[in-house]
Design a binder for this molecule. Structure first.
Ligand code: PAF
Length: 321
């Protein structure tokens, strides 16, 4: 065999080794709550969609972390790539987000989802970048309800003096103080021990969270206050997003949209089945709530938010149809 022929054969034998396997891009995404929850489903859908759409060029690892502030900090410094988090702690990083935490702002899920998917939601997502974060897409927890271990709550008077765990969220804390409760902010990871030890009497979360986390085991009463819509947002590290090619960025956005659809479908399903499920598990569920009394009691806080948040945007949200 001529020298060049031997060389060609040798080169062919080496081919699989010599051609570098296409490098896989690895992403880590953290979310709160179990995999079998609306947040777990959202994060897992993002993972499978991104891996499918990129034909395996991307590999996404999902991890649970019930401390949402820690997740946002980790995204900011780049130790994880993305998080699916409630807006609970996010206003401490991007103050413009606080507008969506105002109680009784959204009439129902259609209103909330419509606003968040509209130019208003996009405008607030654009405020993440100057704070060293990328706001990718709005997902959700649903409407928050009050649970406690002491008594049935129908009116703000029933709530007076109760120690209520809130998220580390200024707007929510102000609301509970105004209602006469004693808000105690803490990460969700600390909640169950705090309820067991009586450090707090109650907490507030959407049905999806109460069911997924078996909060019925530590709380006897739930009141369908639906006092505030609880958005979630997918937040990513800007350096990671900047490394994506324009084509991959489009696939990334498509995977995020699939995550949003799966997350919202699961919240809808949880809300439909949740009350019956929690009653089956032994919870007393109060559905007769004096919503008008809660709204009236919140008047001083509403007046304050009108001054401290973007009043024009608040009106646009309220008037959104
Ligand atoms: O209560 C909270 O901290 C949040 O609603 C939770 C449960 C982490 C989901 O975003």
């Amino acid at each position: 065999m001529k020298a060049y022929g031997r060389l060609a054969l040798a080169a062919m034998a080496l081919l699989p080794l010599a051609l570098p396997a296409q490098a896989q891009t690895r992403l880590t995404v953290q979310h709160a709550l179990p995999l079998d929850s609306h947040t777990g489903v959202g994060a897992h859908t993002f993972k499978t969609a991104m891996e499918r759409l990129t034909n395996g060029r991307f590999s996404v690892t999902t991890q649970r972390n019930d401390n949402e502030r820690e997740m946002v900090e980790s995204v900011q410094i780049g130790t994880i790539d993305c998080t699916f988090t409630s807006t609970g702690p996010v206003g401490n990083f991007v103050p413009e987000v606080r507008i969506f935490d105002v109680p009784f702002l959204f009439r129902d899920a259609t209103h909330a989802r419509g606003v968040l998917d509209s130019e208003i939601g996009q405008q607030v997502l654009a405020r993440f970048e100057p704070r060293g974060l990328v706001g990718v897409i709005w997902i959700e927890n649903g409407f928050r309800n009050l649970t406690n271990s002491r008594r049935e709550v129908h009116t703000p008077a029933d709530l007076r003096g109760m120690k209520i765990r809130t998220m580390e969220n200024q707007v929510h804390m102000r609301a509970f103080t105004t209602l006469g409760a004693l808000p105690t902010p803490m990460a969700f990871s600390e909640l169950v021990p705090a309820l067991q030890q009586g450090t707090v009497d109650g907490q507030e979360n959407p049905i999806s969270v109460i069911v997924a986390n078996n909060l019925n085991q530590v709380q006897r009463y739930m009141t369908m206050t639906r006092h505030v819509y609880s958005p979630q947002v997918m937040i990513c590290n800007p350096a990671m997003v900047a490394r994506l090619s324009p084509a991959d960025r489009a696939l990334f956005q498509q995977a995020a949209r699939e995550a949003q659809t799966a997350n919202r479908a699961r919240v809808t399903a949880d809300e439909e089945a949740g009350v019956a499920e929690l009653r089956r598990r032994g919870m007393t569920v109060v559905t007769e709530v004096d919503t008008a009394a809660f709204q009236t009691a919140l008047a001083p806080a509403f007046a304050e938010w009108q001054r401290t948040l973007d009043a024009a945007m608040l009106s646009r949200i309220r008037e959104w149809r």
